[in-house]
Design a protein around this ligand. Structure first.
Ligand code: GLN
Length: 246
């Protein structure tokens, strides 16, 4: 019998990949492999859409304004329809920072250039003069996350504001989050998760990796994933939480 497949689709791997974002890809693939899935990666650079219908989890990483300027047209022209179809069919999406911004309605730089996004999530982003840089600790209310905290690193000038269709991923205990004003971090809209957390996010938060894998595999009747030994990762996570309390 052939193994069950698990497919990760990486949007713009050559351009949208900073501060260790690639670690998110490795984590998703490894954690599926450890559950005996045949884990595959499809790279979705500019001009490519092949295989998007097979993707279980899409990853769209961060990039500075320069890289965002290079990808947003391709996103609108070639990726939007297949991405919308995949999401309607139950695929999950993780978008970090620059990728998060472009999945929303628009990203306007501090100089006033506006890059239209694809409006897959109800958020808009405006660049500010001050950059938000540093470690972040987030409290989420996702019931399947144990612990319910996320840790990471942020570096952005964009301020993201959520519309009524999106809800925050959590609230910042430490750090700036979406906009440095309302204490929210990231967004959730269906199976799409946007966040400012880099560093890499999923190796430091393996429980969030499983949340994404599980939500994508639900359409294939998967209810739960076999547990893995995350003692080292969770101990490191707790260490960061303890440091944030000092
Ligand atoms: N250019 C965006 C900003 O500074 C995204 C940065 C990033 O992806 N780290 O807000």
């Amino acid at each position: 019998m052939s193994k069950k497949t698990f497919t990760v689709g990486w949007l713009y791997p050559d351009l949208m990949n900073i501060y260790g974002d690639r670690g998110n890809i490795l984590t998703l693939l490894k954690r599926a492999e450890w559950r005996d899935y045949d884990a595959r990666l499809i790279e979705l650079g500019r001009g490519t859409t092949r295989g998007m219908e097979d993707v279980d989890v899409f990853f769209f990483g961060g990039g500075q304004d320069r890289e965002q300027a290079l990808v947003y047209e391709d996103l609108l022209e070639s990726k939007q329809p297949p991405l919308e179809r995949a999401v309607a069919g139950g695929a999950a999406v993780l978008a970090v920072c620059g990728g998060y911004q472009l999945l929303g309605h628009y990203y306007q730089t501090a100089d006033g250039d506006r890059f239209p996004g694809i409006g897959l999530i109800d958020v808009r982003t405006e660049g500010g003069k001050r950059r938000f840089i540093g470690d972040v600790v987030v409290d989420t209310d996702l019931a399947d996350l144990h612990p319910q905290t996320l840790v990471g690193f942020e570096n952005h000038s964009g301020r993201t504001y959520l519309g009524p269709k999106a809800r925050p991923l959590g609230r910042v205990r430490m750090g700036f989050g979406n906009n440095g004003e309302d204490h929210t971090e990231g967004c959730l809209q269906g199976a799409i998760l946007g966040t400012y957390l880099h560093g890499s996010l999923l190796p430091k938060n393996p429980h969030l990796a499983d949340h994404l894998i599980r939500s994508a595999l639900e359409r294939r009747g998967v209810k739960d994933l076999a547990p893995l030994d995350d003692a080292a990762e969770i101990a490191a996570h707790q260490q960061i939480l303890a440091r944030a309390q000092r």
